[in-house]
Ligand binder design. Structure first.
Ligand code: SF4
Length: 150
């Protein structure tokens, strides 16, 4: 996967703790979990992976994701706008907003900049840093796809 011109000069972003990305919104609703994510989170909570999966996960179309509460759009680990599992949070939470599918001008302005208050604030992330996060997210998405077929 190549660098994109879109972020060749870096992107300024710093989480403002709004908790907005931890709440279901449209097509970015689910917090998907690879096996590695589930293992890391289970270990953090001192549970077996099976216990964690039974307690906190659902499967849709073969993909594991955090359990959703239809009456509450917030992630089940979000408390007082803070992630209660931050150190072990899922890959997609750690790589946000540098996901392959949003790193283009159109999607960035429509789905990211208009919604996430961290865009344009704080740290200027270099093209290399962004690229590394993008690759990590891409690799994780491939693992999800692979795991959905087993
Ligand atoms: S796991 Fe943490 S960072 Fe990820 S959506 Fe839930 S509260 Fe937010």
């Amino acid at each position: 996967m190549k660098h994109s011109d879109f972020y060749k000069n870096g992107i300024q972003f710093e989480c403002q703790g709004s908790g907005k990305c931890c709440t279901s919104h449209g097509e970015y609703g689910f917090v998907f979990l690879t096996l590695k994510d589930r293992q890391r989170m289970a270990q953090h909570l001192k549970l077996s992976t099976l216990q964690f999966t039974k307690k906190y996960c659902q499967k849709s179309r073969g993909f594991f994701h955090l359990r959703e509460d239809l009456g509450n759009p917030d992630c089940l680990f979000l408390k007082n706008k803070r992630c209660t599992i931050y150190a072990a949070r899922p890959t997609q939470c750690r790589t946000w907003p540098f996901w392959p599918e949003v790193l283009n001008a159109k999607t960035w302005s429509k789905d990211v900049a208009s919604f996430c208050p961290g865009v344009g604030k704080g740290t200027l992330h270099s093209a290399e840093t962004i690229h590394a996060a993008k690759i990590e997210q891409y690799t994780s998405e491939l693992a999800l796809l692979r795991e959905s077929k087993t």
